[in-house]
Structure formats: structure tokens, C-alpha cells
Design a protein around this ligand. Structure first.
Ligand code: DP6
Length: 361
């Protein structure tokens, strides 16, 4: 599909005066990372992620026809019950990018009520869950105009719109594993939207666990926009993008053949490569904290001692995602509470697992 296929061309908004839609959309954790993009939000390499289950954003979109039509956007954001002005510029930018595809957004006034299941300043990015939830609400409006929309088109366009708000949000519409970015291994993959992993997922990866250790709950030191931009002049960029695409092929096989050892190795290498890109950019950044490294050492030690398949991955921050198969749940949970949470801010961590994607409430 091309961008043109996502332009809503003919619609009649006369009969839709107002309404409300609510969607709950999950966060996701990349196994092969997206880091580097070109305009408009086109990834430099393909990425693949587990959709999460418990970390999600719930967004209610109230809309009513403007009394005096104008070209601008009429948006109010209410975050966790309070009027929030901080999110508005990002949402306005998002609306500017998507207006071409859903022109009705200039005809309505919107109240966006949104809340996260995870603590606000937890260092967990809410852009993937937040923007996908909003994109889904907007698609529900499009569906009123065009009741013939297939579920497939609905999901693709929701992911397409979400991507224009935040790249990784393209991976938050469906579950349990999503591929975003054109790749030879997946004939239906696209740079424009995420697709559900199309092959059989080995039972080893069903209900895969992700416990998120909150090492540093502060504001992100490197915004994702800044981070992605650092890849433009980066001396290792080309090699990284090629490696990312090779790792997608490897991960495609691993997810089907259930090779947990290869999974562990690939996922950790991806996490460290992401951070290596930041360590070697200009300007350079160290986003891990000493407790991040202590946790990693503990995980490696535990893995060796217990012949475990536990591993870690990281986002662009200090928090550690501890990934492990469902069958190791009891032992690893005991290990986390006994040995790892001491390295978390206020002992805080979140238990999550791979989930099935967004749903409408
Ligand atoms: C490190 O999706 O937050 O989490 O497209 O600028 O909104 P924007 O970036 P964003 O980048 C996520 C980067 C990452 C890796 C990943 O999720 O693949």
C-alpha cells in the first residue's frame, strides 16, 4: 500500500455532530531496535517488538462539530484528570502530519482524555501507547464515515497514523509481535505501518515475560527526536542499519524455531548496540546508570548459575527490561525481588508480558 491509499477522499460529516470513542493501547519493547529515521518518519532499518500487556494508555476522544468552521485545530488535553498543556504541541504536530489523511480533524473540536497504567515519570515512554491510542480513536471516527472499512485497513491505517506521531507507535496497534519497516523476509512489510509477525511463533515465545526495572525515573536525557537525528552524521550509521536488517532475518528464524539461546544473544546485542550508537555519537551520551550495569551483571551471573534463558534489553534510558520465558516465571520473579529490585528507584518495577494489542472500550 502507498501513502495515497491512506487518504480519506470522500466523506460526509453532516450527520456526525459529536461523539466519544475510547481505546486502550499498549506500549511495546523492541527486540531489534529502531534508531535512525528519515522524513516522514521512515525507519532506516526494520524493527521488531513484543507488544506489552499491562503498560498501556487509555484515551477517550470526545469530539463535536465546530460551530464556526476554521482551519486550525481545536484541542484540549486532559492527562490523568488535569488539563495538560505540555502534550499539546506534540499533538498539534501530530495533527498537522495526519490532516492530509483524515481531513475531518479540522471540522471538529476535540477533548483528549488520557491516562497511563504506569507511573508518569517512570522513564517508560508513553508516546507509543499514547499516540497509537489516539490514532485508533481517530480511526473510529473515520469508520463512522465509512462503515465498510475492513479490520485490516483499520489497523493498518491506525498504525500508519500512529507512526506519524511517533515511529515506535506504529508497533503498538497489534500483538504479540510486530514488524515495522520494509524487509525482504516479510513480503507484506512496510515502512509506512507495522504488521503482525506473519509466521508461527514458537511456543517458547508465547506469553513471554518482561519485568521493567525502574532504575531512573527522571526525564529522558536524550529525546527520541534528538537521538534519531544523531544517526544522520554518525560514523557507524550505515553498518548499524545493515546489521539491524540482518538481525531481523536472524530474529525471524529464532521466533519460529524457538532457539532461546540465540534469542538471548541477539536481544542483548541489540540493546548494547543501541547504547553504543549513543556512546559514539556527536555529542555523546551515557544513558545507562551504574545500577543498570549492576543489574546486567547480576542477570548474566544468574543465567550462568541456573542455565536460565533470562536476558535484558534497554530503551534509550537507564531502565532495564528483563525478558524471560513463561516457564521460568517463578524462579526469575524470586530472583528479581531478592536480588534486583534493590537497584531500582524506590524498589519499583513493573511486571508485564507480551500482549495481543489495542482494544476498544
Ligand atoms: C530506542 O519511536 O520514541 O525505543 O519516532 O522520534 O517518536 P520517534 O522515536 P521513538 O523511538 C524509539 C526508539 C527506541 C527503540 C525502539 O523502540 O525501536
Amino acid at each position: 500500500m502507498t501513502e495515497n491509499d491512506f487518504v480519506l477522499k470522500k466523506y460526509n460529516s453532516n450527520n456526525l455532530k459529536k461523539g466519544t470513542f475510547t481505546w486502550r493501547s499498549p506500549s511495546n519493547i523492541a527486540l531489534v531496535k529502531y534508531w535512525g529515521k528519515s522524513e516522514p518518519q521512515i525507519p532506516k532499518n526494520t524493527s521488531i517488538s513484543f507488544t506489552l500487556n499491562n503498560c498501556h494508555t487509555t484515551t477517550t476522544l470526545e469530539f463535536s462539530k465546530k460551530e464556526n468552521p476554521s482551519n486550525g485545530y481545536d484541542i484540549q488535553v486532559i492527562f490523568e484528570g488535569l488539563i495538560n498543556k505540555d502534550f499539546k504541541p506534540k499533538i498539534i504536530k501530530f495533527f498537522e502530519r495526519i490532516e492530509k489523511y483524515i481531513p475531518f480533524i479540522t471540522e471538529y473540536g476535540f477533548v483528549i482524555k488520557t491516562e497511563n497504567s504506569f507511573p508518569h515519570s517512570s522513564g517508560i515512554a508513553s508516546s507509543a501507547s499514547g499516540l497509537s491510542a489516539l490514532a485508533l480513536c481517530l480511526m473510529s471516527i473515520e469508520k463512522v464515515f465509512n462503515t465498510n472499512l475492513t479490520d485490516d485497513y483499520f489497523n493498518k491505517k491506525a498504525s500508519f497514523l500512529a507512526r506519524l506521531g511517533s515511529g515506535s507507535a506504529a508497533r503498538s496497534v497489534e500483538g504479540e509481535i510486530v514488524v515495522w519497516g520494509k524487509h525482504d523476509d516479510f513480503s507484506y512489510s512496510s515502512d509506512l505501518y507495522g504488521i503482525k509477525f506473519p509466521n508461527n511463533i514458537h511456543v517458547n515465545f508465547k506469553n513471554y515475560k518482561d519485568s521493567i526495572l525502574l532504575v531512573d525515573k527522571g526525564e529522558k536525557k536524550v529525546s527520541s527526536t534528538l537521538g534519531h537525528n544523531l544517526m544522520h552524521e554518525h560514523p557507524f550509521a550505515k553498518a548499524r542499519f545493515e546489521q539491524g536488517n540482518k538481525n531481523i532475518s536472524a530474529m525471524n528464524k529464532i521466533l519460529q524455531n524457538g532457539d532461546l539461546k540465540a534469542f538471548v544473544q541477539l536481544v542483548e546485542s541489540e540493546a548494547l548496540t543501541l547504547h553504543a550508537m549513543m556512546l559514539t555519537s556527536n555529542p555523546y551520551f551515557i544513558l545507562m546508570k551504574s545500577n543498570t550495569l549492576k543489574i546486567i551483571e547480576k542477570i548474566w551471573d544468574y543465567r550462568k548459575r541456573n542455565q536460565s534463558n533470562i536476558c535484558f534489553t534497554l530503551d534509550a534510558g537507564a531502565n532495564v527490561h528483563v525478558l524471560f520465558p513463561e516457564k521460568e516465571n517463578d524462579q526469575v520473579n524470586a530472583f528479581i525481588t531478592n536480588e534486583l529490585i534493590a537497584f531500582c528507584q524506590n524498589n519499583q518495577y513493573i511486571c508485564d508480558k507480551a500482549g495481543t494489542g489495542a482494544w476498544q472500550l
